[in-house]
Design a protein around this ligand. Sequence first.
Ligand SMILES: NC(=O)c1ccc[n+]([C@@H]2O[C@H](COP(=O)([O-])OP(=O)(O)OC[C@H]3O[C@@H](n4cnc5c(N)ncnc54)[C@H](OP(=O)(O)O)[C@@H]3O)[C@@H](O)[C@H]2O)c1
Length: 317
Amino acid sequence: MEYRRLGRTELDVSVISQGCGGPSRLGQNTGVDQYGINELVRCGIESGINLFDTAAAYGSSEEILGSALKPFPRDDFLLATKFSYNDKGGLPNDIVGVDQVRKSLDQSLKKLQTDYIDVYQIHGLQLAHVDVVCNQLVPELERQKQAGKIRFIGVTELWGRDGDHRALLNCIPCGRFDTAMVGYNLLNSSADDALFDMCIEHDLGVLIMFAVRRSLSDIGHRRKLFADLARNGYIDEQVVEVDDPLSWILDHGVASITEAGYRFAMQPRAVSTVLTGTSNTEHLNSNLCAAGAGPLSESAVAEIRSRFGHIKHSLEN
Ligand SMILES: NC(=O)c1ccc[n+]([C@@H]2O[C@H](COP(=O)([O-])OP(=O)(O)OC[C@H]3O[C@@H](n4cnc5c(N)ncnc54)[C@H](OP(=O)(O)O)[C@@H]3O)[C@@H](O)[C@H]2O)c1
């Protein structure tokens, strides 16, 4: 396993880490029970994964993860979780108060069966909320850091609605975050434009989400997404006529499109770790093998950029 520096936290993090949300939600949406998740987590830890990311908003994910990690010494892994700052999903004045932040943190600690969270993140920050979150909620997180319940403060974006990273680009300059979770994949690599340079400038640890998602792991989703891209003029109509619109990537020395997805996401210098949101131990093993092969070749990355580099909007994937 390769380990990378998680920005100014100075923690070493495995280049592949385990996500407990996404479409699979640590087995909650895929029918994998607690025993199956215990096996997934054991396999991850024994293979060198040392970061697990979850959230208060992922159903029972924190409890399931806390239970699966119980047999392992707390120093063997890093825990990242998140709180939902905008429960009503609306205007800046719908943002939760500091007492609710404390309550959410205490519930997460209990569910995860731990005394501290390594990286506590603001979940899905939106552009309209940057000022109020940075000025009202982050100071409370800093107090919780002083109290020893949090080691580092992070922020994640709402990439499904913010494909070109406006919230992160506007909040990182405040200098109060240690990590950023960024949406990035071979179909929308717009974080290459300015965001990754900003993360390097502020020495943030970067966690990648959406490396594969459904569009790179499921041919049905992929065909539908490419049909939408063609209909909206982002790619050539002829591309969607072939059986798999991404099959050309297999000529670049990769065995599968999912492998290409994870290896593409590992390649930017700013990236500390790529989350895999699988709930399936066989899939985890193949994703670990993909990571072991290192970043994609320069020629593959160049071809991906020339085909999709202009796509900067949110993709339904
Ligand atoms: N705004 C936010 O804060 C936010 C938003 C989204 C995600 N996240 C975090 O990022 C993590 C990663 O999420 P993601 O959805 O972006 O992860 P991902 O790894 O890009 O995609 C996960 C999907 O790919 C499938 N998959 C993975 N490996 C596979 C393989 N080898 N073969 C076939 N299918 C495979 C999974 O299904 P199987 O389970 O069947 O393998 C699942 O449907 C989440 O778990 C969460 O922790 C945060």
